[in-house]
Design a protein around this ligand. Structure first.
Ligand SMILES: Cc1cc2nc3c(=O)[nH]c(=O)nc-3n(C[C@H](O)[C@H](O)[C@H](O)COP(=O)(O)OP(=O)(O)OC[C@H]3O[C@@H](n4cnc5c(N)ncnc54)[C@H](O)[C@@H]3O)c2cc1C
Length: 439
């Protein structure tokens, strides 16, 4: 924990340094002739916004060492929020300039404007398109894959045009040291991009997996059993996830994230993912052929079992059972007898994925299971509806703040449970969550 906090703080410091460093570098050495405050202020906003935009390539580059202290979902949420701030800074730059120097409005006429102004306009329009399509993707009915491709394209155009605009004005960059700082920054961003889109896929290409089994599960779910092909695979912690590329090569832009559902104790590198039919990609999973070559990038995530002395309360909603399944299978294989309570919310009795295996696991683990059904059968005497504070109190021994809680399910359910845990005075350090949506 301490190791993660320290590493997390170091990455945060480095992040700030990369954003603020180039800005302060502008103030060093020989300064160009001073301009009015608002012009300088707006330029500073533009530089800071651009530095933040460039670093987004690093945030989404899936560097395990960087994301580990927080978890991938937190990094993606940070990426979204910080991008909005960066875009706001970049857009504030011309708006302030237009207010204090209205004659610059003429630069909006892209036919007559110089190239440096055209690049500024291109960068700004790309940023606006980037934000609109990211926030309203579902409303605009853009498929995830098409959006992902356009997102990368627009980000590249926005940053490249922003740099071209900056170089075009050259005001501060006349100084060779400042120019070197910014050239270094741009080279660094390009290196990040090269790493994600070329080096990492090349590495994955040499480490393919083969489908060993395709298993139908309850609840419109299919389990893919995958074995490393010609290498020893990777080890993961139960609860972590990987990015799956099912067809095509690892150079394909979009991979899909799925938790590992198998035991982390498998010695032959075998991994399983259990995938529910929820959209266009997942609808065809059951058609996967045994022997098919696939690619896995992983493991990722910080959602994994905790202190062996604590009771583990696993709260799963729907397909959120998969990381919990990995945790329970692993504990069983390790002969670990820590007390575990699983609260598992499902649509109905028939849709309870892994139901038979869960019952069997009770004989290998110190495990109690509480099924919570949305549509229970007429003779159901168990829990139903939503998981509430009272329901937790009915099934958990007090004091509640001493247990460790693991939550995975639909966003609405996770938000509700986090509120419930707050009502039970469970400190944030005692609960862990994995969100299946990065939006
Ligand atoms: C960390 C993590 C672990 C997950 N584990 C599981 C699991 O074990 N089993 C399971 O069934 N599902 C899991 N999911 C959800 C799964 O990734 C999505 O259901 C799946 O990618 C949807 O793809 P689709 O094309 O079928 O559906 P679509 O209708 O295209 O997408 C549905 C939603 O899923 C999200 N999504 C789609 N594609 C991606 C992508 N490539 N990257 C990120 N988000 C995407 C988008 O928010 C989208 O709106 C997990 C998600 C995350 C983030």
């Amino acid at each position: 924990m301490f190791r993660y906090t320290l590493r997390g703080s170091l990455w945060l410091l480095l992040y700030l340094l990369f954003i603020l460093g180039p800005l302060f570098a502008m103030l060093a050495g020989t300064l160009p002739p001073a301009r009015d405050f608002w012009t300088e202020f707006s330029v500073a906003l533009g530089y800071a916004g651009l530095a933040m935009m460039g670093l987004q390539f690093g945030l989404t580059a899936r560097f395990r060492y960087v994301t580990e202290p927080w978890g991938e979902d937190v990094i993606y949420h940070f990426h979204r929020k910080i991008s909005l701030i960066a875009v706001a800074l970049v857009i504030a730059h011309p708006i302030i300039l237009f207010i204090v120097r209205p004659e610059l409005l003429a630069l909006l006429n892209s036919i007559q404007a110089p190239w440096r102004a055209r690049f500024a306009a291109l960068s700004t329009y790309s940023l606006i398109a980037l934000v609109v399509t990211a926030i309203w993707r579902c409303e605009l009915k853009i498929s995830y894959e098409a959006w992902h491709l356009s997102h990368i394209g627009l980000a590249l155009i926005a940053v490249a045009a922003g740099v071209a605009h900056m170089v075009g004005w050259a005001f501060y960059l006349v100084d060779p040291v400042k120019r070197a700082v910014w050239i270094g920054m741009v080279v660094f961003w390009l290196a990040l991009l090269l790493y994600i889109r070329l080096i990492k896929p090349l590495f994955m290409l040499r480490r393919p997996y083969r489908i060993a089994e395709v298993r139908a599960e309850r609840g419109d779910t299919t389990t893919l059993v995958m074995r490393p092909d010609g290498h020893s695979g990777f080890r993961f912690s139960p609860g972590q996830f990987g990015w799956l590329t099912l067809t095509g090569s690892p150079f394909k832009i979009t991979a899909h994230p799925f938790s590992f559902s198998s035991s982390a104790e498998a010695q032959d590198g075998r991994v399983e993912m259990s995938i529910r039919n929820l959209g266009d990609f997942t609808a065809d999973i059951h058609k996967t052929q045994v022997g098919q070559r696939v690619y896995l990038d992983g493991p990722y995530g910080a959602f994994t079992i905790g202190n062996p002395a604590d009771m583990h309360v696993l709260i799963a909603g729907g397909i959120g059972i998969t990381p919990m399944m990995s945790m329970m299978r692993t504990l069983a294989d390790r002969g670990d007898t820590r007390p575990v309570i699983l609260l598992y919310a499902a649509k109905n009795w028939e849709a309870i994925t892994f139901r038979e295996e869960l019952d069997a696991l009770q004989s290998r683990l110190n495990l109690s299971i509480v099924y919570v059904l949305a549509n229970p059968p007429a003779d159901w005497s168990g829990e139903q509806g939503y998981i509430t504070a009272e329901m937790l109190q009915r099934h958990l021994p007090a004091p509640y703040h001493e247990h460790e809680y693991f939550i995975c399910g639909p966003n609405v359910m996770m938000d509700a449970i986090e509120t419930v845990l707050g009502q039970l005075d469970v400190p944030m350090a005692k609960y862990h969550s994995e969100r299946y949506s990065f939006v």
